[in-house]
Design a protein around this ligand. Structure first.
Ligand SMILES: CC(C)(COP(=O)(O)OP(=O)(O)OC[C@H]1O[C@@H](n2cnc3c(N)ncnc32)[C@H](O)[C@@H]1OP(=O)(O)O)[C@@H](O)C(=O)NCCC(=O)NCCS
Length: 329
């Protein structure tokens, strides 16, 4: 069976207009701009207003991606939304996006792999396209992390932000654009070091869970830090080995935007110059699944990423999960 090539035909992103700076946070928790900048690299983040749901950001990013792809919503065969902050548990946010766009021929599902979700979703979309099952797949990664953040916990609330990124993937028989390699991983043994304990079927919402702030993210920062560097490095090496390439062959690497110190360690392990590693976390903080999707769309929009270039993307997140891919853009 001949596999079809996959091109990322259009990208888009959407972030709320409301900016919350480190100084703003230092008014509500015991922290400082200096601490947050030096420990994380984050300067500000976008926080959605109360009336904005995940699907609102997802739809805005998706519309831009469709527009740039030159396709109509009716051309889309499948919509995958990757998120840990869906509008609601059911229906899937992908259904809400489909309805708003008028993508009436599209199948729909959500995919949850925390901060690894965008690369996981790209790999799924790519399978459908490569086999010829679908021709156009819309992948959206969208998060409103502010709704599951404990705003009284200084060790986590300074890290996260809201936003969405989208990509339209299409089958192609021309040109050199295609995914070169993927690597996905996970280990549920570490489920406890980054999770949201309540709100699922094991611990549904109750007065007790609300009082104990169990509907917000809990994290062992130093443990997650160590795993992040190790797993992103491992994942990038896997995709390079699978492709028979060196890190010096890559034009740009988009790492998950969690912490500048994690990105710096990764950059050194991979022996990459600074200008080959894209960083935008100073503006948005960690937007989980949306982080790489937003960065990819920004790179395309700014003209920094052009057709024919080799892009590496790598990530890690709750689960734990981790993933990487190489894309000939
Ligand atoms: C969270 C993180 C920035 C903390 O940095 P760190 O250097 O590991 O700091 P520690 O957790 O060891 O805490 C050091 C001190 O700073 C304090 N601290 C934590 N958050 C603080 C804040 N926002 N402002 C000021 N002080 C803070 C701690 O209370 C601790 O104080 P203590 O020594 O008196 O107990 C870092 O661990 C990290 O980025 N981890 C990965 C997180 C991540 O990427 N999560 C998302 C995964 S997708």
């Amino acid at each position: 069976m001949t596999l079809r090539k996959t091109v990322i035909r259009g990208t888009g992103f959407a972030v709320p207009s409301n900016i919350v700076t480190n100084d703003d946070l230092s008014k509500t928790v015991d922290t400082s701009d200096e601490w947050i900048r030096t420990r994380t690299g984050i300067e500000e983040r976008r926080i959605a207003p109360p009336e904005t749901g995940n699907s609102d950001l997802a739809i805005e990013a998706a519309r831009k991606a469709l527009d740039r792809a030159g396709l109509s919503a009716e051309d889309i065969d499948l919509i995958i939304v990757s998120t840990i902050t869906p509008d609601m548990v059911s229906p899937a946010t992908a259904c809400l996006v489909q309805n708003a766009l008028g993508a009436k021929h599209a199948a729909t599902f959500d995919l949850e792999a925390a901060c690894s979700g965008f690369i996981y979703a790209l790999s799924v979309a790519r399978q459908y396209i490569a086999t010829g099952e679908y021709n156009h797949v819309l992948v959206v990664a969208s998060e409103v992390l502010s709704r599951i953040t404990d705003w009284s916990d200084r060790s986590t609330c300074v890290l996260f932000g809201d936003g969405a990124g989208a990509a339209v993937l299409s089958g192609t028989d021309e040109g050199e654009s295609d995914f070169v390699s993927f690597f996905l991983g996970g280990n549920g043994k570490y489920a406890d070091i980054l999770n949201m304990p309540a709100g699922g079927s094991r611990k549904p919402a109750s007065h007790e869970t609300v009082d104990a702030r169990e509907h917000t993210m809990k994290m062992n920062g130093p443990e997650v830090f160590k795993a992040a560097v190790m797993k992103m490095n491992h994942s990038m090496r896997q995709v390079l080995t699978r492709a028979g390439l060196q890190s010096s062959d890559v034009d740009i690497v988009i790492p998950h935007q969690a912490n500048l110190r994690i990105i710096e360690s990764l950059r050194k392990y991979l022996d990459l110059p600074e200008d080959k590693v894209y960083v935008n976390l100073q503006k948005y903080g960690n937007t989980s699944a949306a982080s790489i999707a937003i960065a990819l769309a920004e790179l395309v929009e700014s003209g920094r990423l052009v057709r024919g270039q080799l892009v590496g993307m790598c990530t890690f997140g709750g689960g734990l999960t981790w993933a990487a891919c190489l894309l000939r853009y």
